[in-house]
Design a protein around this ligand. Structure first.
Ligand code: PMP
Length: 385
């Protein structure tokens, strides 16, 4: 098949499955209200869980950082792109989260790819929760290790898989809060399961960091668990972008030798580092924001319970409505948009086939009235029983 034929076929197969993906040029997509083609919508699609993306102190920190350091880092951290600002933030993160070291990456995707590619060797076994994020699963598939997937949030299933013959090391992978389901992993049980087989646990806490745990330290802290490898990201609750890997000293030194996403990539701009540092201040002081988010979650779940939708068992800011068919999910998002509510249909392959859903995200920047508008719109568009 030629390039052109392959591309035409790939596009066609997405269209046929109602799974064609489009990006829309939105204004203000990180806030509680966004604009699209001149119309305003309530935004239930943003991962800016604490409403920090528009926090004036963080914006000022970024602007001052840019004035002081310029807009780019100038190169890889291994050349001249690593600054005192990077070092200080890494040390602050490590101390605050109880690790020996933190390493900044440009994105959560890059952190997961770089970490897994550097660590997993031939003969190793990666045991991943079935619903793990694409960045984790893809890294495991591309690695020379063997990938096995355990049933979602099932420590018994993980244990079962650890019985298989493995000549190398075992790495269990999960998320703190699952990105498309909103539920939390039983981290302590998973860690016991993998530790009993002599392996390590990697927790990607993209959706827990800043939101749960004392002062927002995340899912592992909340559950009293200390995974050997922790990934936190700054594009969600922190409102900025970027990520960090938290680990022990020798692991960090090893990653500095072998993690290609660190070595061969331009380091994060120092101004962005300054913004993340200011965001960390806001997260630490953010009990009020977390309480507001909690009230919004409670209000939404109480109101949605009687509407006849399938709500996911989620206590987090991610509140998916499980719809099933792609076409129905698209139809619902269209009808909700007509009523001024912006949310996104998530379809396979991002979620399992038949698992299309409306991924509703709530934030601390939503007011009670916003949640009520969403509930009203959902009541309007539901299918008659
Ligand atoms: N891990 C998880 C669980 C995620 O949901 C995401 C973002 N969708 C990532 C990693 C990637 O993070 P980033 O957006 O910083 O690349």
């Amino acid at each position: 098949m030629s390039w052109s034929e392959r591309i035409a076929q790939g596009l066609q197969s997405r269209r046929q499955a109602d799974a064609y993906r489009r990006r829309l040029a939105i204004i203000g997509g990180n806030g509680p209200r966004l604009q699209y083609r001149g119309r305003q919508y309530l935004n239930f699609s943003s991962n800016d869980y604490l409403g920090l993306a528009r926090n004036p102190d963080i914006i000022a920190a970024w602007a001052e950082g840019a004035s002081a350091h310029g807009v780019g880092s100038g190169g890889s951290g291994h050349v001249a792109g690593y600054s005192e600002a990077h070092r200080d933030l890494e040390q602050r993160l490590a101390g605050w989260l109880g690790y020996e070291r933190a390493l900044l990456f440009n994105a959560g995707y890059a952190a997961n790819q770089g970490l897994i590619a550097a660590l997993v060797a031939k003969g190793d076994m990666v045991l991943a929760d079935k619903l793990s994020h694409a960045s984790l699963l893809e890294a495991a598939v591309l690695s020379p290790g063997q990938l096995r997937r355990f049933h979602h949030n099932d420590a018994g299933s993980l244990r079962q898989l650890t019985r298989a013959e493995c000549t190398g090391n075992r790495l269990a992978i999960t998320e703190g809060i699952f990105s498309m389901d909103g539920d939390s992993a039983p981290l302590a049980a998973l860690q016991r399961g993998i530790a009993d087989a002599g392996g390590w646990l990697l927790v990607d806490d993209a959706h827990g960091f800043g939101v749960v745990g004392e002062q927002g330290r995340g899912s592992a802290w909340q559950q009293g668990c200390h995974p050997e490898l922790l990934v936190v990201t700054f594009g969600k609750a922190a409102g900025v972008a970027g990520a960090a890997v938290l680990c022990a000293e020798p692991v960090a030194e090893y990653l500095l030798q072998y993690a290609r996403h660190l070595i061969y990539s331009t380091a994060m701009p120092p101004a962005q580092v300054c913004a993340i540092d200011a965001s960390l201040d806001a997260i630490i002081r953010g009990d009020g924001l977390r309480a507001q988010l909690g009230r919004n979650i409670t209000r939404f779940r109480a109101g949605a319970a009687g509407l006849g939708y399938r709500l996911a068992p989620s206590a987090s800011a991610i509140q998916p409505l499980l719809v099933g068919e792609n076409g129905r999910a698209l139809e619902l998002t269209e009808s909700l948009r007509e009523r001024g509510c912006w949310l996104t249909a998530i379809r396979p392959p991002t979620v399992p086939v038949g698992g299309a859903r409306l991924r509703i995200t709530l934030t601390a920047a939503h007011q009670s009235a916003d949640i009520d508008c969403l509930l009203e719109a959902l009541a309007d568009v539901r299918r008659p029983a």
